[in-house]
Write a protein that binds this ligand. Structure first.
Ligand SMILES: NC(=O)c1ccc[n+]([C@@H]2O[C@H](COP(=O)([O-])OP(=O)(O)OC[C@H]3O[C@@H](n4cnc5c(N)ncnc54)[C@H](OP(=O)(O)O)[C@@H]3O)[C@@H](O)[C@H]2O)c1
Length: 236
């Protein structure tokens, strides 16, 4: 970890909030932000934090936001939670494997929960601040070359629609706000570990630093767009 890390676009003493702070990328974000002398507070949220935020329990999203409103505004909000697989859920290789329960769970965590995060946490964001949500390149419809992973792909494509729609509204009401959809690249984590691409995965610490530095460089005019960690604009 390099102690010279500093974000410049959020003001001195900026306050940060990380949702999904227990994950590989979420924890790496928190480490970098704790290193930044310009950051005064890093609030970590997740299923096991106090207050707790469980994307499968919509009431917990509203109540966590209500509790954290006392400390608002935050200049940086990062949403680093997501679900690709768990014990009872495997990414589908074929449409013949689509299961209602798995589809529902993946959409709840990757799309419906984040929609409520937008609803309840955007009011806590400083109008000159930045909120970034981790999406995935496999959620790009234009870039879908391989097929498979039906639920995950569709849930992330729908997440992008929510982000884009909210960014249009924010451009009218709070034009200095940045709301971004970010692809971290393939990163070493529990989420990527079982899959073929994982052998080319980068450490979460590196990816988190690249993403934070990208957020720092992006302007309000970039709000509502989908970017990879290397600043490449990704197609919807
Ligand atoms: N790793 C990659 O290669 C890669 C590539 C593209 C995109 N992404 C995206 O990057 C984000 C972070 O992924 P990661 O690699 O850091 O994965 P990870 O290490 O598995 O972390 C996932 C995070 O999501 C949280 N989460 C899962 N279900 C939740 C729920 N119901 N309520 C609240 N939090 C929940 C987990 O919390 P618990 O600790 O409580 O389970 C954990 O904090 C995800 O959105 C993922 O889709 C990752």
């Amino acid at each position: 970890m390099n102690s010279s890390f500093r974000m410049n676009s959020l003001g001195e003493g900026y306050r940060a909030l990380v949702i999904g702070a227990s994950g590989a990328l979420g924890a790496a974000f928190c480490e970098w932000l704790n290193e930044d002398p310009g950051c005064s507070v890093v609030r970590e949220l997740g299923r096991n934090s106090v207050p707790g935020l469980d994307l499968e329990k919509p009431d917990s999203i509203a109540s966590a936001a209500a509790e954290l409103a006392e400390e608002a505004p935050y200049q940086l909000i990062l949403h680093a939670a997501g679900l690709l697989h768990r014990e009872d859920i495997k990414p589908e290789k074929s449409y013949t494997s689509i299961e209602a329960d798995a589809l529902q769970a993946i959409f709840q965590v990757n799309t419906l929960g984040p929609a409520l995060v937008l609803r309840h946490f955007l009011p806590l964001l400083d109008p000159r601040g930045a909120m970034a949500m981790l999406c995935a390149k496999v959620g790009s419809i234009g870039d879908n070359r391989l097929g498979g992973w039906y639920a995950y792909r569709a849930s992330k494509a729908a997440l992008n629609m929510l982000i884009k729609t909210a960014a249009i509204e924010l451009a009218r009401t709070r034009p200095q706000t940045r709301l971004l959809s970010l692809h971290p690249g393939t990163v070493i984590s529990g989420l990527s570990q079982p899959f073929k691409g994982a052998c080319a995965a980068r450490p979460a610490s590196l990816a988190a630093r690249e993403l934070l530095s990208l957020i720092d460089r992006l302007a309000p005019a970039d709000s509502g767009n989908f970017f990879a960690y290397n600043a490449e604009r990704l197609p919807w």
